[in-house]
Design a protein around this ligand. Structure first.
Ligand SMILES: [Fe+2]
Length: 195
């Protein structure tokens, strides 16, 4: 087990250098080529981490942070079977991507039309697929299957100012970094505005 943890840390150190070099090389890292390069890196990291999947399971925690630095954050998300608990949300000023490790991930995107969120697209992703999450995207990710769904998620820069859309209340909540996009608890809320 120690060997597995050492291997994982060495792997994360190796990719930390690659991620930082790519981000520093690109003053605007959300370009098509930078996105494609980062996508390739995330896929290859996922493939190499998958060999350690028993060890990297987030256990009881739905979100396990692997790296958090000035340039990016990298974390595992573990969704329970048939988990549809998340609300529509964006990722503040960050953009990113998620690579499915196991199970399936269903993503629904939304457009805001006046004070209503209108579903825009829906897609189910399976292991090895990468979901691109551009800056400003409003979406929900859920698990439509009886198996757990685990993905490796990368955001550039770290997620600050995430907005959670609560349509029944016609409100948008800006939540603290690290909050999950669930119905916001008062301690998670930085500010709120009308939808
Ligand atoms: Fe998200």
């Amino acid at each position: 087990m120690v060997v597995a943890v050492d291997y994982r840390n060495a792997l994360l150190d190796e990719y930390h250098i690659k991620f930082c070099q790519l981000i520093e090389r690109n003053t605007s890292p959300q370009t098509h080529s930078a996105q494609a390069e980062l996508r390739g890196m995330l896929k290859s990291l996922t493939k190499r981490l998958t060999h350690q999947v028993e060890d990297i399971n987030p256990e009881q925690a739905p979100r396990k942070m692997l790296r958090f630095c000035d340039q990016y954050e990298l974390f595992l998300l573990d969704r329970e079977p048939y988990d549809h608990s998340l609300l529509p949300h964006d990722h503040g000023r960050a953009w990113g991507m998620a690579c499915v490790i196991s199970g399936a991930l269903k993503e629904t995107t939304y457009q805001q039309v006046d004070s209503t969120l209108v579903p825009d697209s829906q897609c189910v992703y399976t292991p090895g697929d990468v979901v691109l999450l551009h800056e400003g995207l409003i979406h929900v990710d859920s698990n439509p299957t009886p198996q757990r769904s685990v993905s490796l998620n990368l955001f550039v820069p770290c997620i600050v100012g995430m907005k959670v859309y609560v349509q029944q209340e016609k409100r948008v909540y800006v939540v603290k970094p690290g909050s999950r996009p669930l119905s916001p608890q008062i301690e998670d809320v930085v500010e709120w505005q009308g939808l």
